[in-house]
Design a protein around this ligand. Structure first.
Ligand code: IMP
Length: 428
């Protein structure tokens, strides 16, 4: 049975939550592999809207196993709040959620450092979500991080927290002129969180590999997107993890031989939150129109998203670095009213055409998008249930995207509801 990795092919917010929710029907296990509560996966079921930040969107389906892999950084308060919120909406979490014991934990000093670092950078800031993601990954890779298994052992936790706070407080005071953070407060609160999280802690790599051996269907749920990848994105305007398909292996503890398919998710246009280059960005009047039509506000920070035309250069790059074998195109309906729709097919750099995404941000800054125009369809697509029933111009638009991206489109989304999804081919 195939194991699928689902990744964002743009700058995040491609509508992964909804697609994961739809695909979960056929999956047995859904696992997050990177990022943290900087993500916000929105799923609409009937009149109810769920925004998930840490727990895989698969939790909304009864009987599915959900896991948070070792590559994720976990803010325990955010996780506990999410569990509670789901419970109030009737979604029970009992023996179906497992959190890797080696997940690194986000502490108040990570959030504080995230905010003061951004403030100090001024106009060069990244525009982070302020959730402490970067500083938590910094500790992980500096080998001083505190993992869930450390948190669960009071003595180990005490020792590691003391060492961390000594250094963090020095930095906060001497570099940023901030007040120090109290050991007692963190130790007490986090010891309490630890007790509440103990029952979810597991060796998720072992559980996942067993499930794979038993022939279960696994869905690897990517957060953020390829262009926010610390290696393949618009560095330094990226997040601190690998949202690309390779991250699914290192972030869960399965080998590449266990992955069968990779699906890239792209919006029918492009959005981005935070700072950094965005070649196809709309002028503000069009951005405001599409933002309103597509409800383009960050699910985590409520920041208005920047909006622009579909950029085939970045999606081709995503297809390449993720090894995508198909695409899901979301939010087609948001373009329903436009008379003309543009697609960026390449960039002009120093008078020459380039078709491959430049990893050097200085080249990207100097690149001008080159567009071709497609006629709009100017009809509502929300009600469409079959590809053949899409307006001809919408079909032409999708065919052009397919050609430029170099892979088949297997899923099209024409609205936020589960039912507003066209599955063109089996993905499991
Ligand atoms: P961080 O992940 O909070 O460090 O933020 C780094 C960059 O990634 C910023 O530009 C954020 O706006 C962006 N970012 C992080 N998470 C998401 C997401 O889930 N969707 C879209 N952008 C995100």
């Amino acid at each position: 049975m195939p194991n699928l990795v689902l990744v964002g092919a743009q700058w995040g917010d491609e509508g992964k939550g909804k697609i994961i929710d739809v695909l979960t029907e056929k999956a047995d296990v859904v696992i997050r592999f990177q990022g943290g509560n900087n993500a916000g996966h929105t799923v609409k079921i009937g009149t109810e809207e769920f925004i998930l930040h840490l727990i895989p969107s698969g939790i909304l389906h009864k009987g599915k196993i959900c896991m948070i892999g070792n590559g994720v950084v976990v803010d325990p308060l955010a996780l506990l709040q999410e569990i509670e919120e789901l419970a109030t909406k009737g979604i029970s979490i009992d023996n179906n959620l497992f959190v890797s014991e080696t997940c690194h934990i986000i502490f108040p000093y990570h959030r504080k450092l995230d905010l003061v670092k951004e403030e100090k950078m001024g106009s060069l800031r990244i525009g982070t979500t302020g959730r402490g993601i970067g500083p938590a990954y910094m500790d992980k890779f500096s080998r001083v991080g505190i993992r869930l298994c450390d948190l669960l052992n009071k003595d180990v936790f005490k020792r590691k927290l003391e060492a961390n706070l000594e250094e963090k407080n020095l930095v906060l005071q001497k570099v940023y002129g901030e007040e120090p953070i109290s050991f007692d407060e963190i130790f007490e609160t986090y010891t309490d969180y630890a007790q509440k999280l103990r029952k979810y802690s597991a060796n998720t790599s072992l559980l996942l590999n067993r499930a794979i051996k038993e022939g279960k269907n696994i869905l690897f749920e990517g957060a953020q997107g390829t262009l926010l990848d610390v290696d393949f994105g618009t560095y330094p305007f990226v997040t601190s993890s690998n949202p690309t398909a390779g991250g699914a292996c290192t972030g869960t503890g399965v080998g590449p031989t266990s992955i069968d398919n990779v699906i890239g998710i792209a919006k029918a246009y492009t959005t981005r939150v935070g700072e950094g280059p965005f070649p196809t960005e709309f002028p503000e009047d069009l951005a405001a129109k599409i933002r309103k039509e597509g409800l383009e506000y960050g699910a985590t920070t409520q920041r208005p998203r920047r909006c622009g035309w579909f950029d085939a250069v970045i999606v081709r790059h995503a297809v390449s670095v993720n090894g995508c074998d198909s695409l899901a195109v979301t939010k087609m309906d948001v373009l329903d009213k436009l008379p003309v729709i543009k697609i960026c097919t390449g960039y002009k750099y120093k008078g020459e055409m380039i078709y491959d995404f430049p990893l050097n941000i200085d080249v990207l800054h100097e690149s001008e998008p080159v567009y071709e125009e497609c006629e709009g369809w100017q009809t509502s697509t929300n009600e469409v249930k079959r590809y053949e029933d899409l307006p001809v111009n919408a079909q032409k638009y999708l065919a052009r995207i397919e050609k430029l991206a170099g892979v088949k489109i297997k899923i099209i989304s024409v609205g936020a509801e589960r039912g507003e999804t066209l599955l063109l081919d089996s993905v499991f």
